[in-house]
Design a protein around this ligand. Structure first.
Ligand code: NPG
Length: 371
């Protein structure tokens, strides 16, 4: 019998427009995608949100590759029929490392579901429905540029706008967007941890603008500061970078640190954990939305499936393909007239990956035999 393999491709995907947050600017998205090929020949794809450097997540591309090769794959038994659940169980004695674990688990999940002919939406116990999505607007040079970008995205059909903020770029841009586009525009802001607890009085001034939520103002370990801000019952406080596991979500909810949670499947270790976090949030009345990290078609398709679950009541960061890429590694997803995207209906994540495009964008390719 041949061994299963995991091929991991490091891609450099040019962005149609630079994306700047309080963490820095990207003009090309470095992204890891992986293809699992089972011993019986069935295969599945997954994408990781790991960046080139550990500035956003503690893990990063090189560390994910090393964890996969040295720590995770040796824990998997060989032979056909691995499932996402058995992969998760095999990794259970390794703390942390959600990005590395999630990449392997999701590729195995896709292979398993394709073999079984089951769409990811069905596996999650959900039903296909149009997903209202939003656009995340990076930090531009000036207010005029911001207003022209937002205007363009509204013309493109987006029904919810998220502005990236940082100290010195917060009240001004929010006020300008409200004045230009009105109070009815669903608007939220994301600080990517750029503020300190001493900024709570400043952040409270955002309450005047009727925002849907304020995402991750403080460092990821500052759960108490997020709880203190949330206790003011002004703009709902959303956690993103603080949530790397189900335990993190439970703790944040118990502390009152999260009025809303952004679920990024890659960040929490895959779709099984995402589903659990969703369930805990739903049971506790905490709305969730599906976060994004400029996904290719692989991550986008899977995230759209996840976002069909009933607790995803807020628009997701799952933009149309054209918002980020002129050429993708799979089918394009474009907004319908209601500003929605639809999960594919095929088995697994439901898309055919364009292997020629993967080759075109690949900077590195690693093939690991399992075990
Ligand atoms: O539309 O995919 C998208 C981007 C949404 O703003 C977005 N993502 O901080 O949540 C974030 C940010 C991000 C991008 C985070 C890349 C990490 C990497």
């Amino acid at each position: 019998m041949t061994a299963a393999t995991l091929e991991v491709f490091r891609l450099a995907m040019p962005l149609v427009r630079p994306f700047r947050t309080s963490k820095g600017e990207e003009t090309v998205r470095d992204v890891l995608v992986a293809r699992w090929t089972d011993a019986d020949g069935s295969s599945g794809w997954a994408e990781s949100a790991a960046d080139a450097e550990p500035t956003y997540f503690p893990e990063y591309i090189d560390s994910v590759l090393l964890s996969i090769e040295r720590v995770l794959l040796p824990r998997l038994g060989h032979g056909p029929g691995l499932t996402a659940g058995s992969v998760r169980a095999a990794f259970a004695d390794v703390p942390g490392n959600p990005l590395a674990k999630g990449l392997v688990e999701t590729a195995v999940l896709d292979a398993h579901l394709r073999r079984a002919g089951m769409p990811l939406v069905d596996f999650l116990g959900s039903a296909r429905r149009p997903i209202t999505v939003g656009v995340s607007v990076g930090i531009p040079q000036d207010l005029d540029t911001l207003l022209s970008w937002v205007s363009g995205y509204l013309d493109d059909g987006y029904r919810r706008v998220k502005l990236k903020i940082q100290p010195g770029w917060d009240l001004g841009p929010v006020r300008a967007v409200r004045e230009a586009f009105g109070d009815d525009l669903p608007l939220q802001v994301d600080a990517n941890q750029a503020y300190s607890p001493a900024d709570i009085p400043l952040l409270r001034r955002l309450d005047d603008f009727g925002l849907l939520l304020l995402e991750q103002p403080f460092a990821r370990h500052e759960l108490l500061a997020h709880a203190a801000l949330a206790a003011g019952h002004g703009t709902p406080v959303c956690l993103d970078e603080s949530i790397l596991s189900l335990d993190d979500a439970v703790t944040a909810i118990r502390l009152g640190a999260a009025d809303v949670i952004n679920i990024k499947p890659s960040r929490v270790g895959g779709y099984l954990t995402s589903r659990q976090i969703h369930d805990v949030c739903l049971a506790n009345g905490v709305p969730v939305f599906c976060g994004g990290t400029l996904e290719t078609a692989i991550g986008r398709a899977a995230n759209l499936a996840l976002a069909t679950l009933p607790g995803f009541t807020l628009p997701g960061d799952i933009s149309a393909t054209s918002r980020y890429y002129a050429r993708d590694i799979g089918p394009s997803f474009e907004l319908d007239d209601a500003g929605c995207l639809l999960a594919p209906d095929g088995a697994g994540i439901g898309i055919e990956v364009d292997e020629a495009a993967v080759e075109t964008f690949a900077l590195e390719q690693h093939t690991f035999r399992v075990p």
